[in-house]
Design a protein around this ligand. Sequence first.
Ligand code: ARG
Length: 461
Amino acid sequence: MKLWGGRFETGPSEVFERFSESLSFDRRLIEADIAGSQAFARALESVGVLSAAERAQIVEAFAAILEQAAGPAFYDGAADEDVHTLVIRKLKERAGAVADKIHTGRSRNEQVSLDTRLWVRAEIRRAQALVVELMAALVDLAARYPDAVIPGYTHMRRAQAVLWPHYLLAYFEMLARDWERFEQTYARADVMPLGSGALAGSGFPFDREAIARDLGFSAITRNSMDVAGDRDFLLDFLHAASVAMLHLSRLAEDWILYSSEEFGWLDLADGVTSGSSLMPQKKNPDSLELIRGKCGRVFGALTSLFVTMKGLPMTYNRDMQEDKQPLFEAADQLRGALEMARVVVETAELKPETPLAATERSWVVATDLAEALARAGTPFHQAHQLVGRLVRESVRQGRQPSDWTTDELARFAPEFTPDMARLLAPEHGLKTREILGGTGPQSVARALKEAAARVESLRSR
Ligand code: ARG
């Protein structure tokens, strides 16, 4: 079926029909399309286009169609241009002539905007719930090893000792921002476009605020031309999804390294790793590699829609139909990756001796020593030079920090007072970092408690 045709002598060519159809993918909008059309039927009643009985008949028929749509064979043989056309055809088949009134004063341009807004709103809530459960898994993993010490890195070189929970809470913060970003994205999508018509505003005096209330929208759009040409709310979603994927990819990269034999800190569960078809000893971190890899598809979706929208003249252009596959693709990959990451985190085990030994073998305590000297009155630049020389001497002699005694330190430089020798053990330096947001044990314990409370408050929203 077509929603147009009077003006044409012939129908579309078979090639053009095949090329331009979107039903094969926009069928995912059917629930939104029907909810929007039911609300629109009520709006048509309120402007006197439909009688109460006609409205009731239409709303009921739509409910039955939605039920059928979940079953098999609903789409068999459907040659409709898009989901909006299909839904109207099904209405016609079920309700008869009254269906001819459903599109009064409505355009598919506003309908597709409405449907994708409804769809993405629901999808955002799903993504947020998955983000929260991943945050919860990080908190649990942190709480399993509250005192574990690991080297923190810059430039992929051991830098300073940090607590394992402090490291995990860094990812917690990224995910907390992702949650917020999705919340902002929700607000952008949560604006009701119906009443905009094709581009100029509907010719029927709909109470747009009432339609918004009916569909649970917080606001209505302010300009009909903007509505027809606007996909910002989808770009916002794709951006939020991309940033979340980026965060997951960094966690994946870290853990691919940390679980390698070279690092040997982290055990990934058998359930999230795979073997090699040839090399019997292999246990590969494929779940993490795929999280990292699927970023390409989500960033690609964002880029794809950017390029589709770039330079489009006002207002609707058929190019915009190309928004849906990237949207669905990104949403699916995001959901999969968030869920996978949660399972990896829930089943991971830290082997705390290995990262602790790594901190002891390297000079991650150098900053602690330099700062202790500065606290005792040595200007920091000189303290930095002095500790730098100590490290150079140690490296030359093949000694580790713990090989130095209090006396030897004092002989190396009189600025080193006896109490400073403690700082040669990384766990003591941590205690000098009890600043809000730092890795001091008390700060981290507090942050961990707060994180657990934040999870609970997000869960109950
Ligand atoms: N299927 C179209 C889309 O997704 C909506 C229909 C509007 N089509 C049109 N020719 N105005 O963009």
